[in-house]
Design a protein around this ligand. Sequence first.
Ligand code: GTP
Ligand code: MG
Length: 216
Amino acid sequence: MTTETGIEGATREDPLVVRELAFLGGQAAPGGWRPPEDLPEVAFSGRSNVGKSSLLNTLVRRKALARVSQTPGKTREINFFRVNNAFILVDLPGYGYARVSKQIRAQWRPLIEAYLRHSPQLRGVVQLIDARREPMPDDIAMLDFLADVGAPTIVVLTKIDKLPRREVPSRVAGITAALGLDPEQVIPFSAVTREGRDDLAAAVAELVAGPSWRTA
Ligand code: GTP
Ligand code: MG
């Protein structure tokens, strides 16, 4: 690959250069306000505290686009971030956090499900799973739901900096096999070391560029 420096292979091109970034707002209830459906969307899903906001910040190379929470379960709305006036990153509320009330949990599910079922511009979903743990029943249910909806799905295994380096390949292979995923679908990731950022950026760029599976 020829790079800007003109030295072959000296640097890799960034698959996602962020020039413009805007927070468009949040959707709090199914059928409630959301931004106009005129740009392709990629949604990010995962258990509360899995590192979703940290991953979004790493992806767009900003310190605090999405709020990184001290208190898990803080993100209760669907948040929309527009990038380069070209596509929208969608931060779904984290599911599965035990300490929020039953009532709030009962509100999240229809909100997330309605978004995933009915958004005409959705191009795919990035599903986050903590690399250190066995996938939880909630994670498996979400992957089943995404398969049912038919959404192209990428799985990111988060917080790999917390694993001993030599264990990373076998953990990644183990979770990939346990979930019946194609290894091509799985990206090991760390918001601390930024490992996996460019692979994720390339995968998101590819989803955005493709047609919607709903209309294809
Ligand atoms: P909610 O919005 O509350 O559901 O959480 P979230 O999924 O957005 O997670 P968030 O990014 O807020 O991170 C939760 C905690 O994990 C924070 O303390 C982060 O600093 C930490 N964290 C996130 N990503 C990483 C990572 O890659 N490595 C390490 N070591 N810690 C991380
Ligand atoms: Mg968050």
